[in-house]
Design a protein around this ligand. Structure first.
Ligand code: FES
Ligand SMILES: [Fe+2]
Length: 378
């Protein structure tokens, strides 16, 4: 799992002035809104005696009070008040918890889990979300699958006929398609081909023989796959967009968030059928992702089982993961487990740790040293 990545933590509608526990990267966080409505994300472990902050309460001064001794924490993670401290005594510098950058985009709370927001890839740009004429459906669930497997369940065109019964011009072989880098951490590809006519209500969208343009992109931020299908036929402008985002809860469990958007049939009553149609695909992908072995896939050190073009997206996805490791952003899970065997709690380091590294109660999670990886490979 990787630090210095933007992840989706919750839908905005689910974050209020009541603290909400979220597990990400096998660490505990709390989301809450301050008195002005701004969303915040803090490490959930109180720096006093380790009580869970999500069991405390939001205060009218915009802080979050710990459930045990009532220390109050502002959105920036600093303790602003200790009820039992002697009047006039200063609050120690270490009375603070890690606070992470938060952005609200596309109806979701995004959190940068790391200490270097300037170096992190930006949140994907989805201009359709606020564009006129678009209607969006939110959906989330948890998969008992590693996040890499969860991503691979949708990162190629070849699985579509095999898993979902979608053929390409009557064939299971997709047309040739090239993968391109959109920037350092996002890739895209696309095809234009006749596909099966949709069933039911959507069969009205196009005649059977029309070509359909489909684009697929992967953005590191949010581990987001964007599939954009010109469902009414090429150049009709009638589009269906799926955003499929994954946040590792831990190495074996993944929070999946979906946004299904369309710029046709804007009526609410169409939502139910749209969701049902798409959840059938989600279920088919989930079933495979949850059964794949090994439970935690490793970066491939050989490309021999990669084929073109079906594995090109996955190959470049691994290249992006390799870059994260080379930057020293990958959490060293075995070192972390070893360190916590003898007690202690480790947190994802927040940006304040870079500018102000002293006086923190909990140590940061260990990360894989890129120099050691490079030496081992030599
Ligand atoms: S454990 Fe949080 S205030 Fe004491
Ligand atoms: Fe799929």
């Amino acid at each position: 799992m990787y630090t210095n990545v933007w992840y989706t933590a919750a839908f905005s509608k689910d974050v209020a002035d009541v603290p909400r526990h979220v597990k990400m990267l096998d660490r505990d966080f709390v989301l809450f809104r301050d008195a002005g409505g701004a969303a915040h994300c803090l490490s959930n472990v109180c720096c006093h005696r380790g009580a869970p902050l999500d069991q405390g309460g939001c205060q009218t001064d915009g802080t979050l009070a710990c459930c045990q001794h009532g220390w109050r924490f502002a959105g920036d993670g600093r303790c602003t008040m200790m009820p039992a401290a002697v009047y006039g005594s200063t609050i120690p510098k270490a009375a603070r918890v890690d606070s992470y950058p938060v952005e609200e985009r596309y109806g979701m709370v995004w959190v940068l889990l790391g200490d270097d927001p300037e170096a992190a890839a930006p949140i994907p740009d989805v201009p359709e979300f606020d564009a006129e004429g678009w209607r969006w459906i939110e959906y989330e669930e948890v998969w008992d699958a590693n996040y890499h497997w969860a991503k691979f369940s949708n990162l190629d065109y070849v699985h579509l006929p095999v898993v979902h019964g979608q053929t390409w011009n009557g064939s299971i072989r997709p047309p040739a398609h090239k993968v391109e880098y959109l920037d350092e951490t996002s890739i895209g590809t696309g095809i234009c081909v006749k596909t099966k006519r949709p069933k039911g209500l959507w069969s009205r969208l196009r005649p059977a023989e029309t070509e359909v343009q489909s684009r697929m992109k992967f953005y590191l931020s949010g581990f987001t796959i964007k599939v954009d299908v010109e469902i009414g036929g090429a150049r009709t402008g009638m589009r269906f967009v799926v955003l499929d985002m994954s946040t590792p809860i831990d190495e074996h469990t993944t929070a999946m968030r979906f946004l299904f958007g369309r710029n046709f049939m804007p009526h609410k009553w169409v939502d139910k059928g749209t969701l049902k149609r798409n959840l059938k695909n989600v279920r088919e992908d989930q079933k495979i992702a949850e059964a794949q072995l090994p439970k935690v896939p490793k970066l491939p050190d050989s490309r021999t089982l990669m084929t073109d073009p079906e594995d090109e997206m996955v190959r470049e996805y691994w290249s992006i993961m390799t870059k994260l490791r080379e930057k020293g952003w990958q959490i060293d899970q075995s070192a972390l487990q070893q360190a916590e065997k003898s007690g202690g709690y480790h947190v994802i380091p927040s940006p304040s740790r870079r500018t102000d590294p002293d006086a923190w109660v909990y140590k940061p999670v260990p990360r894989i040293n890129p120099d050691a990886v490079a030496q081992a490979a030599e």
